[in-house]
Design a protein around this ligand. Sequence first.
Ligand code: SF4
Ligand code: SF4
Length: 374
Amino acid sequence: MQYRPFGNTGIQVSALGFGAMRLPKLDGEGQTGFDHPAGAALIRQAIDAGVNYLDTAPYYCEAESELIVGEALRDGYRDRVYLSTTLPGEDRGYDAARARLEASLERMQTEYIDFYHLWGISWERFDTQAMPEGQVKMALGAKEEGLIRHLSFSFHDEPASMFKLIDTGLFASVLVQYNMLDRANEEAIAYAHQKGLGVVVMGPVGGGRLGYPTPVVQSLLPGKVQSSPEIALRFVLSNPHVSCALSGMGTPDMITENARIASTAAALTAEERERVNRAMEENARLAQLYCTGCNYCMPCPAGVNIPLNFELMNYHRVYGVTPYARAQYAQIGVSPWMPGEKASACTGCGACEEKCPQKLKIREQLAETAAVLG
Ligand code: SF4
Ligand code: SF4
């Protein structure tokens, strides 16, 4: 396992971190919930493989993740990891935040948390929702008491906001989205590193988009990598400003494979990284030639979520992540995160095409989307 300096904390953190958000479920007939012994065994396997950064959150795994983490960290495992969890956004006031912290400590059977994350903050939320008097004040007090070692934040806002949050000087590290399909935070990550923050990346395989075999991606490094997840993880780890890539590992094989990748000193050569960068930029440009996601065509009288259907079609057409695109297409109108109708609901009225600045043949492309992804 490679270890990297974690900002200015003085800590050496493993390049691979364990994200405890995809722990195994019970699969017996009539059983619901999560398999605690199996989940705890996975976490211990990762620690035995050299992983020393363990991330959980109160709501992961239907609120069972912190409990499983607590079970895994008995018998001396607690001292072998830096433990990270999250203060959810809705616990805004001082008292609610304090109650949440105490609950997390109890559920994880630990006396302290190494990296306590203010969850998903934006500059607006930080600046206008009295966080300094609520969550931040509570966390700084808890730090003085020794219940928290470091204050951190997880981030889902515009990159410009991350610069401002870094400049508050409050945070030791940041947990941020970054992968080869989505490099929007790359400059902010470099700034965090420059300012002495540890950088933990979530979603190194693009939230599953790169978790499937994808010929377009694999062809970028022929002979060097065995799978799309491998190149995705190598891409993230080859960024010198990244301290640790979190992976939600749900099977023993994933841990073995990811630990192997994270043990290689040079994740990608500079030339290979440049090749991937160029290819992804070209692909992003191609994606823009199709649908830019501007939303001007909406609403559709038949309820078709046109930009979402086209976004998924781009994953197939441009990036070659077809199995992911198909799986996601099936979720349109089913998952609360994917509202609206599938391409197949288009009635062909043509109202959208007049409004599209790209002059896309939307009806034709929706029919193709339905045929390929449906
Ligand atoms: S052509 Fe299809 S997608 Fe466009 S507005 Fe009409 S029903 Fe909606
Ligand atoms: S108006 Fe055109 S480019 Fe914009 S979201 Fe609709 S289809 Fe895409």
